[in-house]
Design a binder for this molecule. Structure first.
Ligand SMILES: Cc1cc2nc3c(=O)[nH]c(=O)nc-3n(C[C@H](O)[C@H](O)[C@H](O)COP(=O)(O)OP(=O)(O)OC[C@H]3O[C@@H](n4cnc5c(N)ncnc54)[C@H](O)[C@@H]3O)c2cc1C
Length: 444
């Protein structure tokens, strides 16, 4: 008998003895259960961060520095961090996968917090408890940075077949997931014809990025001599932000490929017969990217943090303090990133960007540190900055900057500056911006 076989039999004998002795006590010794405590609390007060995206990673890292006395636990369902920023460039091979993908375990080791890969299933704010597929975790402070959900219900109601079909064949790759791989394969294998791309009604994740995607796809088809047409169905009356820069790129570089259709809100979609009816007319397509409506992540709905309009309807987004991002009736519970609802009567929502989620994460780490020391929270003003690549030969980008200040009437004011002049220097700035942010999120 060889050694491996002997070891196996020995192991089986031990397991057999174990189970005979303790079946009643431990029926499944190595399996987690949603109803048991995943991580019993020690003496330290604990912050639980939900979602390891742009906001969550930033919060976890900065909390360790700002409040070393607190235990920090990051819960995330994905095994690796996948960045949406720069993903449009990755779709057409301007950057490789190593730009987008980073290790959660390395970041957790580097900064000294606990990362658990698990699906979060519910939040019980009365018990200060987060439920996961592997058990529950109790918290003293909670930070939710769970991103968005993409909803096709406004088009299909409860027609699950149409929703599943659209998601399978025409998904948008707007959340960190395998959809990006599917879209890349779609672009690479496209042989020609018309691709329609719908934009979600505002507010939605990264407003300038669908136009960037259209430019880079057009650029790819042009370089590879694929007879493609891209029709952008935009519910807005004009391209925004960076409308001037995009208009020039569409007209100068991709006139024979891109058609931008304004005021084209989707009224009806037949994904099986490939027809979309919009307020600006009906369009047949060979392939498509359908960006469903964006709403706050499921977890924000489950925790009861969705705001209400004056007539009692859900706003679809989290109702939190505009500078501290905590819940008015639960000040140790924070929601940050794309899920945050309107923060100002002047401009409504912050742009739903990685830059903003990162800035909010840094601020919330300070606010929790201040709360933990019994100090008043000192409000921080954030900003936003986005670079969008519109050409690859040469590599040229345009950009938009958002500045904020507190107005005399006590609400936030926004100034938006488009840089429409496409040039290589902005692409270099984009790479520097991204490198600094990734360093802040994962430390490498
Ligand atoms: C194509 C594209 C290009 C973009 N370009 C830019 C750019 O150039 N600059 C910029 O600033 N922004 C850009 N963005 C926007 C940016 O990606 C988002 O604004 C940012 O990721 C928001 O951060 P977040 O923390 O709110 O959400 P996310 O980064 O999406 O993180 C949410 C995390 O929560 C996890 N999660 C959610 N629910 C659960 C659950 N139930 N259990 C466990 N885990 C859960 C998710 O897996 C995810 O990891 C772009 C987005 C797209 C799609």
């Amino acid at each position: 008998m060889n050694t491996a076989r002997r070891t196996l039999i020995k192991g089986a004998a031990v397991l057999g003895a174990l189970s005979a002795a303790s079946t009643a006590v431990i029926a499944q010794p190595f399996l987690f259960s949603p109803t048991t405590e995943l991580m019993p609390k020690g003496k330290k007060r604990r912050v639980v961060v939900l979602g390891g995206g742009w906001g969550g990673l930033t919060t976890a890292r900065h909390l360790r520095e700002a409040a070393p006395d607190l235990e920090v636990v990051l819960l995330e369902k994905n095994p690796i961090f996948w960045s949406c920023p720069l993903s449009n460039k990755w779709l057409v091979d301007v950057v490789d996968t190593s730009f987008l993908v980073h290790s959660y375990t390395e970041a957790a080791r580097r900064f000294g917090y606990t990362y658990v890969q698990t699906e979060i299933t519910d939040i019980d704010r009365d018990k200060k408890r987060v439920h996961t597929a592997q058990g529950f975790v109790d918290y003293d402070w909670l930070v939710v940075s769970a991103g968005i959900r993409v909803s096709y219900e406004p088009w299909f109601g409860n027609d699950r077949q149409a929703i599943a079909y659209t998601h399978t064949h025409f998904s948008s790759a707007y959340v960190p997931s395998a959809e990006h791989l599917a879209l890349k394969q779609k672009i690479k294998s496209f042989k020609g014809g018309t691709i329609v791309m719908t934009l979600p009604p505002p507010p939605h994740r990264c407003p300038p990025s669908p136009y960037e995607r259209a430019c880079l796809m057009a650029n790819y088809f042009q370089r590879n001599k694929i007879p493609a047409k891209i029709v952008i169905l935009d519910p807005k009356p004009r391209i925004a932000p960076i409308g001037g820069g995009y208009r020039l790129a569409f007209d100068d570089l991709y006139d024979d490929i891109i058609t931008h259709v304004p005021n084209a809100a989707v009224k009806e979609l037949d994904p099986f017969n490939k027809v979309v009816k919009t307020a600006a007319g009906d369009f047949k397509f060979d392939d498509a990217i359908f960006m469903g409506h964006h709403q706050a992540a499921d977890l924000v709905w489950k925790m009861g943090a969705i705001g209400k309009t004056s007539d009692g309807k859900p706003t679809m987004w989290a109702d939190v303090h505009p500078e501290f991002y905590n819940m008015k009736n639960d000040p140790q519970v924070f929601v940050i990133g794309d899920s945050v609802g309107s923060v100002s009567p002047q401009f409504g929502h912050y742009p739903k960007s990685g830059h903003v989620a990162n800035r909010m994460g840094r601020s919330v780490a300070q606010y929790i540190a201040q709360q933990s020391k019994g100090q008043p929270m000192k409000p921080e003003i954030i900003d936003n900055l986005c670079y969008m690549l519109v050409n690859t030969e040469p590599l040229e980008a345009i950009s938009v900057k958002f500045d904020y200040k507190m107005g005399p009437e006590g609400h936030l004011l926004q100034t938006l500056t488009d840089d429409n002049d496409r040039r290589q220097a902005l692409w270099q700035e984009d790479l520097r911006w991204y490198g600094t942010k990734i360093q802040d999120l994962v430390g490498s």
